[in-house]
Design a protein around this ligand. Structure first.
Ligand SMILES: Cc1ncc(COP(=O)(O)O)c(C=O)c1O
Length: 451
């Protein structure tokens, strides 16, 4: 009894201290007057534990980064070994084994099509790099008019000024509008936009036609189009048919526009293949990776690109080079975590194991998919989503917060996007955890819809 009281005090104290000193990301801080802040004490497998000893199943992989559980023994062991060898060295003029091995392995995984890896730390930085590289490659080729970027309706590519300029989520973007260089926005391929009698492929074709119209008119001024292959996650898990990517690739080839695939959220097996682009049998000109690549351990991002892009910068002239850097570019610890992550993919045949895991979770979510209060139930790989039908605008506005709080009461970490509930669990759920996740999600949904 005494111990419980003491630890509860401690949890409340950590929360109070955090709210005083830490400005939390993507948060209207005032909402914490009513929404709880959870001080995490430790993590193990799919679970996070707070200072009261309460546990939460991390059903969104801590913002889509954690692939193989918290405190993963294999990744921990690799990092401990690396820590005693080299924690960091600058990557200009120096190099090291983890960054070399990682670059080689990723190149091999693209059939050596994307054979040059440029490193940064967060996803948004990788997007900035891809945008700058695209513009600069055209400039080095003498095509200086190619200065514009195209993004897709509902796109999300990060919060830095350049990445936000190619983002199309009003909530994140509008306040900074005056700071941003306008991008051209093309129609969404979202399969939910399919008209009566249309297939997802028809919706993809219509969206691609919108790109073609723009390219036909302005390709001479367009450097690149940036897409989130197969699933636009941040806008609310909008899924599209792989055909869309095939069509974008064809249009980029035909009109001489670079294709940037932002696989920051959808890479690393999330959609069922290691790279989402594999499902369309295409490679982009630039592929951005982050989040899961380090297993969710350390900030690491990178841009993979083709040899012709690399050669466009290769010169005796320094200013034709890509003079971009971040202090922690290619950090050895982060690269070692990534190598451990890739080793787990190989050793545990993770993509095939995930097919079985996904089938079990899909079956367990069957009743929710059929629920009449649910619209657009959808799944790709290890992503599940559905839209709650909530006609009352006031209730709809509060849906996400109410669901998050009810989920915590039921030992789940789930954060709906608007009225879209989604699951993006780590790739290590046991059968029992899978069943628990489905049953509790249903229970929370019932509670929130009934309240
Ligand atoms: C598709 C996509 N691109 C870029 C980013 C930005 O990554 P970061 O938050 O690491 O800067 C995100 C983050 O959610 C993302 O989902």
């Amino acid at each position: 009894m005494e111990a419980t009281t003491a630890s509860a005090t401690t949890a409340a104290d950590w929360a109070a201290r955090s709210l005083k000193s830490v400005w939390h990301p993507c948060t209207q801080m005032q909402q914490h007057e009513t929404v709880p802040l959870i001080p995490v004490s430790h993590g193990r497998g799919a679970w996070l534990y707070d200072h009261d000893g309460k546990r939460y199943l991390d059903a969104i992989s801590s913002w889509w980064v954690n692939l193989f559980g918290h405190a993963n023994g294999r990744i921990n062991a690799e990092l401990k070994d690396q820590l005693d060898k080299l924690e960091h060295a600058m990557l200009a003029g120096f190099t090291h084994e983890p960054v070399i091995r990682l670059s080689e392995q990723l190149s091999n995984m693209t059939g050596n099509v994307l054979g040059h890896a440029f490193y940064a730390s967060d996803g948004a930085s990788a997007v900035e790099i891809a945008l700058k590289m695209s513009f600069h490659a055209w400039r080095n080729a003498g095509l200086t008019a190619k200065q514009e970027f195209v993004c897709v309706q509902g796109s999300y590519h990060g919060e830095t000024i350049g990445a936000l300029a190619v983002t199309d989520v009003a909530l994140f973007k509008d306040a900074y509008g005056p700071l941003l260089r306008a991008a051209r926005v093309v129609a969404s391929p979202d399969q939910r936009n399919a008209l009566q009698g249309e297939t997802a492929q028809d919706a993809a074709r219509r969206a691609a036609a919108d790109i073609e119209a723009l390219f036909a008119e302005r390709a001479g001024h367009i450097a690149a189009i940036i897409v989130e292959p197969l699933v636009q996650c941040a806008t609310g898990m909008a899924m599209h048919d792989p055909l869309y990517l095939t069509l974008v690739r064809e249009l980029c080839d035909r009109y001489q526009v670079h294709m940037i695939a932002d696989e920051i959220a959808v890479g690393c097996g999330r959609t069922g293949t290691f790279f989402a682009c594999e499902q369309a049998a295409i490679w982009p000109d630039f592929l951005c990776l982050s989040k899961g690549i380090s297993g969710g351990y350390l900030p690491l991002s990178l841009v993979l690109t083709r040899d012709d892009i690399y050669q466009a910068f290769y010169s005796h002239d320094v200013t034709r080079g890509f003079l971009h850097s971040h202090s922690y570019t290619g950090n050895p610890l982060a690269c070692r975590a990534a190598l451990a992550t890739l080793a787990i993919f190989r050793d545990d045949d993770v993509l095939n194991a995930n097919r079985l895991r996904a089938a079990r979770l899909s079956a367990a979510l069957g009743p929710l998919a059929a629920d009449e209060r649910v619209r657009n139930y959808r799944q790709r790989g290890m992503i599940w989503a559905f839209d709650a039908i909530e006609p009352d605008p006031a209730r709809a506005a509060a849906f996400s917060r109410r669901f998050f709080t009810a989920a915590l009461d039921n030992e789940l970490l789930l954060r709906p996007i608007g009225n879209t509930v989604y699951l993006m669990p780590p790739y290590i759920l046991s059968d029992d955890e899978t069943d628990l996740l489905a049953a509790r999600t249903r229970k929370v949904f019932d509670q929130v819809m009934a309240a």
